[in-house]
Design a protein around this ligand. Sequence first.
Ligand code: 1DF
Ligand code: MN
Length: 352
Amino acid sequence: MNNIEHPLQTGGTRGYLRIATEEAFCPPSLMKRFLQVLQDKSIDDPGFYSLWGFYGGDSERACLLRERIQDLGDHRIGDMNATGIDRQIISMTCPGVQMFPAAEAVIMAEEANDALFDAVNKHPGRFSGLTTIAPQDPDAAAREIQRGARQLGFKGVIVNSHTQNRYLDDPDFSPILQAAEEYGAPLYIHPNTPSKQLIPAFLERGLDGAIYGFGVETGLHLLRLIVAGVFDRYPNLKVVVGHLGEALPFWMNRIDFMHGASVRAGRVGTRRLDRKPSEYFQHNIYVTTSGMPWTDSIMYCHKVLGADRVMYAMDYPYQYVADEVREQDNLPISLQDKKKFFQTNAEKVFNL
Ligand code: 1DF
Ligand code: MN
């Protein structure tokens, strides 16, 4: 961690605005529902009980987190001011509405979007929003993507990884991908705890959360979309992933080689693609630095993905750390590239 202290101010004093692209909220009604499920155990999702068992508890971190994440007003703006964040792109925290029965989830998503719409309208200079959807009803989700884009002025769509253990390359979800492409809404694939198929080996060692399970789950999700040919079918679909691409940029050479070899040999489960897997990172995919404020990792992504593909994210309120902003202010890149990183890439990708 870089120890050079400098003041964190909003307003572009360093030559760029800071736009944070993976910033979470949870409507109070949904928080109540989370806490209720912790009591009545009515939902079958082991990851939820692990994650919200922790954040629903009474540790100092949990209490502060619950206070911050439900606020869409002065508390949040005060925290942004204190860390020099000009704008937050705000999205539904995980697992959002995705673990609930479809009919209930559709309504909860609409309510969350209405609440976020009101907050963005009150603070249009500081907040932008992403549309929450209930993928378990794909047609309703597609309609909500349209409402978010056309009526609410939202800038993309958030999906908190698997929906009841299913991934977005499942053909049942195609209305969602089609709507996201049609409305030019970037699809932010945010982590969730691993699906039922994956989670036992993580839970045994307490690795199911942000420490590692999130990244495995979400990297797998994105790689599934790539190898399933989703970007061949929806060539203009934009996908954003946090945590520096959930480690996939580090894997790209091996994935290209092994994918090519597997397809040529007709390995079960593989299919031919229009491009090499890594090439979708040049056409369809953007990464953010949420939770990964390490200069060396960011510089690697900056190098292999390019200056137009890496964006700043804080991951408020989960990772509300002023020194991480300072570290990224000090990245060893040109001022021009730093402005892309903090500001103009986000403005372009999310059409701000
Ligand atoms: C954590 C991290 C929790 C992230 C999150 O949502 C989250 C965490 C529940 O640290 O437990 O969004 N994150 O994106 O890294
Ligand atoms: Mn996050």
